[in-house]
Design a protein around this ligand. Structure first.
Ligand code: GDG
Length: 476
């Protein structure tokens, strides 16, 4: 039965509020042709939904299309509070300030961040709109959890509007070293924005330390280990909470007969090669696709990997297609793959199979099952869930994971084949090593990583953060 949707009056009623750029629901068409909503796929929604349902909570976010007004409603036992954005606001706040300034700046400047004052003005205006929506729906003394780089100024704004709330913030991407962060023309305001939270959570301890250092250097705060003491007498904690996946769900899906059939069919479609190498990424310049494709190109054209027996399958999911750098990357990868395949392919068979498309979760799980070697080589990544999904889904002991040292996941998946993606020879060697290692080594490494991913799943992540936030003293 479809979840009930009812209209909702927003009257400071929710004891737990999530604030994220996107709502946890997507539009869908009902069987009678009318428009409805369905729960969005994704770990964050899966993990937080039970918590908001149990506490009669609400989720504040953008519905995903510009220039559309949506009234608040209840869905599946929780409130949905849409924040409207105009086309210009999407361009300046979302594509601009969020994805062409913060995104590259926080990923070690692997592309140049652009700084535009009108983007920043829009960012602040929209952050204020999200903060206002949260302030309107949160009950007295409620807990509010703000998510990610699009909303870094919400904690400060929300605290000014509602000093009674407990506020948490979690950054899904890396927080940069002080030398890079100092480029930002609005650096002081961003730090002040985040300091509005009681707990600022990061993927890695290194990011938390960068933040504490900035609090000291830029805001002149007194700090002690993971604590920052603000001028208005509050204590802010900056700590790592490495995010994870719904590991059991991924395993269950990958074990279904449908997933097995799709995996089998995929192998046949790829020509029953001895070995399948797999990459699954949003087509993003942080994911290291250029050096990865180049490495495979050299391995295939040199004959170190025989195209008769090896296939590299790369799924690139379309993303942020309105941003120039993403359009350039799309063109580059298309050209590189075409060139390599024309140099080293045989009639009717290409060594690189490249799919610019998104797939249902079942098919992703089947691909993870089918892949002998998973290649995850971002130049920088907060965590990287694909690496964890492969470990959870590939439940036979013959798999291998090649993983970038610069993904947050590398701190946990220490039994992967770790690489520096900037070192092309090192990358090629590690791909060959992972492919050629003994079954005993593969088994040992996979077992240890599986243990990690099942012990530390998405529920553990949410519980850890919310338990810490729960033990923050209630504001006076
Ligand atoms: C940010 C941070 C951090 C991909 N293609 C399809 C599809 N996906 C799913 C994957 C995975 C997710 O998208 C991608 O997660 P990642 O962690 O790899 O990367 P980002 O999108 O950059 O996420 C990252 C994450 O936030 C969480 O904090 O780990 O570091 O950058 O779950 O499976 N899903 C479906 N079809 C696809 O074609 N259904």
């Amino acid at each position: 039965m479809a979840p009930r949707e009812d209209s909702l009056s927003i009257s400071q009623s929710a004891d737990f509020v999530v604030v994220a750029n996107r709502l946890p629901v997507d539009r869908m068409e009902n069987p009678d042709g009318s428009q409805g909503w369905k729960t969005s796929p994704g770990g964050l929604v899966t993990a937080l939904k039970p918590v908001i349902q149990a506490q009669g909570g609400a989720w504040v976010g953008w519905g995903g299309s510009a220039d559309e007004h949506i009234d608040p409603f209840t869905f599946d036992g929780h409130g949905v509070i849409p924040v409207d954005l105009s086309g210009d606001e999407v361009r300046d706040y979302y594509e601009g300030m969020s994805n062409a300034t913060f995104w590259p700046l926080y990923h070690d400047c692997v592309e140049h961040p652009e700084y535009h004052r009108e983007w920043w003005d829009a960012y602040l205006r929209i952050n204020e709109r999200f903060a206002r929506a949260a302030a309107d729906v949160a009950a007295l003394g409620a807990t509010v959890w703000v998510q990610d780089y699009q909303l870094q100024n919400v904690p400060e704004m929300l605290r000014a509007m509602r000093p009674d709330l407990k506020i948490g913030f979690f950054l899904h991407i890396p927080f940069p070293p002080i030398e890079l962060f100092m480029q930002l023309p609005w650096r002081y305001q961003v730090i002040e924005g985040l300091l509005g939270a009681d707990i600022v959570g990061f993927q890695e301890p290194g990011s938390a330390q960068n933040f504490v250092r900035l609090g000291r250097r830029l805001a002149g705060l007194h700090t002690l280990r993971d604590k920052l003491f603000t001028s208005d007498g509050r204590t802010v904690t900056a700590r790592a909470y490495p995010i994870s996946i719904d590991s059991q769900d991924m395993l269950n899906i990958s074990r279904t007969p449908q997933a097995r059939d799709i995996a089998q069919q995929l192998r046949e479609d790829l020509g029953n090669p001895d070995r399948i190498f797999l990459g699954i990424d949003r087509l993003d310049y942080t994911k290291g696709l250029r050096p990865r494709v180049r490495s495979f190109g050299e391995l295939f054209t040199s004959g170190q990997l025989d195209p008769a027996h090896n296939v590299y399958l790369q799924v690139a999911t379309p993303t942020r297609e309105g941003v120039r750098r993403y359009q350039e990357l799309h063109r580059d990868i298309d050209e590189m793959v075409g060139r390599i395949n024309s140099l080293s392919g045989r009639i009717g068979r290409s060594p690189i199979v490249y799919r610019y498309s998104s797939y249902p979760k079942l098919e992703l799980a089947a691909m993870y099952r089918a892949a002998d070697v998973m290649i995850v080589t971002p130049l920088r990544d907060g965590m990287n869930l694909v690496a964890k999904e492969y470990v959870a889904a590939h439940d036979s002991d013959d798999g291998a994971l090649v993983l970038s040292e610069f993904a947050g996941a590398a701190l946990e998946l220490t039994h992967s084949y770790l690489v520096n993606p900037y070192d092309l020879n090192g990358l090629k060697n590690q791909i060959l090593r992972a492919a050629g290692d003994s079954h005993a080594n593969h088994a040992r490494r996979m077992r240890s990583m599986r243990k990690q991913v099942f012990r530390h799943d998405i529920d553990a992540w949410a519980n850890n953060f919310l338990t810490d936030l729960g033990s923050v003293p209630q504001p006076a």
